[in-house]
Design a protein around this ligand. Structure first.
Ligand code: NAD
Ligand code: DAU
Length: 350
């Protein structure tokens, strides 16, 4: 019997993790703790929110009293920590938001768990979800392994690196059981349309320019979000305490090649003339400190836990586009109001 606190469950990846755990483990109590920032949306969970084993608490990680109350109320046994400020461009505009949530918020959560579990740390797990961006940028060759030194380049990745270090420090200092996984770029349903793939899908639908940063030759390693959720499930249950696991699909794409594939698939699905959407591609000013290339070596999780992606990129991308095309209400709800302000701030002066 486990009472698992999943933080950030109303966000993109968190909602997939919550859905997987609520449906796969009816014997567990799943408590979704989320502050519902601009990125948190309970609509992402409306198919499972009536489940008997699902509970939601609107709480900010910056409120330690509330965190304590939740631990007591549900007798929390384990944590899967996803809540974070997650967008690199926003971290360049407002770094402090990232310091507060990603660093101080994580330390608040660690402290709460440390006190709640002090009688027997070995019975409990604090699982911290991190990113490959902590390793910095790769050149033309090489892959990030679990022993690649940290070299974060953006305020976002620096804040995630810091939180990873705090998790390690709590394991060493207080002997809490922890595990960390560092994943590459995710894509899929419920992805907030500020990130490359959902932003471009939305812009293609609306025939708006596709703002490609710099020369478009930056490379990312893409993984379907449901495969990330399956990896999290496996690591949570079978990962070795105090270990780190890299998660990725050996699926590198240069941004411009990915955008052209997206345009082609969208033209087919929307019944537009082939090549029409590619004309929307607009090269814009580069992201400051833009990491050239990320690529994950996922050998360890494959060899030790038997994980590998289940969905090819072409299948995943096609499913993702179909999902956005049939969930226009979800997209329209998000892209009105505050999102519109953000979009104008980020893109009108580029
Ligand atoms: P997201 O931005 O979609 O969701 C983040 C969630 O956290 C939102 O629901 C938001 O309301 C909540 N949140 C933010 N600040 C909070 C606070 N102070 N207190 C409580 N809740 C708060 O993020 P995502 O893309 O789903 O990423 C989830 C995690 O996975 C993050 O830790 C991120 O660093 C990591 N990650 C993301 C990717 C990716 O490609 N998206 C890849 C690797 C790792
Ligand atoms: O690698 C994992 C990380 O992936 C996660 O930790 C982050 O939370 C997640 O946001 C993502 O970070 P990226 O910066 O790689 O993702 P983003 O979708 O913002 O950008 C992907 C690439 O596309 C990057 O090279 C920048 C480029 N880009 C992005 C946007 C939004 C553009 O060219 N134009 C755009 O408008």
């Amino acid at each position: 019997m486990k009472n698992i606190l999943i933080t950030g469950g109303a966000g993109f990846i968190g909602s997939h993790v919550v859905r997987l755990f609520v449906t796969k483990y009816p014997q567990y109590k799943i408590v979704n703790l989320d502050a519902l920032t601009y990125a948190g949306n309970l609509e992402n969970l409306k198919d499972i929110d009536h489940s008997a084993n699902y509970f939601f608490e609107k709480i900010n990680l910056l409120d330690p009293d509330k965190l304590n109350e939740v631990f007591k109320k549900y007798q929390i046994t384990d944590v899967i920590h996803l809540a974070a400020e997650s967008h690199v461009d926003r971290s360049i505009v407002s770094p402090l938001d990232f310091v507060y949530t990603n660093i101080i918020g994580t330390v608040n959560l660690l402290n709460t768990a440390r006190h709640a579990w002090k009688d027997n740390y070995s019975q409990h797990l604090f699982y911290h979800i991190s990113t490959d961006e902590v390793y910095g940028a790769l050149g033309e060759t090489g892959l990030f392994t679990e022993s690649t030194p940290y070299h974060p380049n953006s305020p976002y990745s620096a804040s995630k690196a810091s939180s990873d270090h705090f998790v390690r420090a709590y394991a060493e200092t207080y002997h809490m059981h922890t595990v960390v996984s560092n994943c590459s770029n995710n894509y899929g349903p419920f992805h907030f349309p500020e990130k490359l793939i959902p932003l471009f899908i939305n812009n293609i639908i609306n025939k708006k320019p596709l703002p490609v940063y710099g020369d478009g030759l930056y490379t990312r390693d893409w993984l379907f979000v449901k495969d990330h959720a399956l990896a999290i499930d496996l690591i949570f249950h079978e990962g070795k305490p105090d270990e780190t696991y890299n998660i990725g699909g050996f699926n590198e794409w240069r941004n411009i090649d990915l955008v052209k594939l997206l345009c082609k698939l969208m033209d087919e699905k929307l019944g537009r003339e082939m090549g029409e959407s590619e004309q929307l591609i607009t090269y814009v000013k580069d992201r400051p400190g833009h990491d050239r290339r990320y690529a994950i070596d996922a050998t360890k999780i494959n060899k030790e836990l038997g994980w590998k992606p289940t969905v090819t990129f072409e299948e995943g991308l096609s499913q993702t586009i179909d999902w956005y095309l049939s969930n226009t209400e979800w997209l329209n709800n998000i892209t009105s109001g505050a999102y519109e302000k953000y979009y104008n701030l980020m893109y009108t002066n580029r």
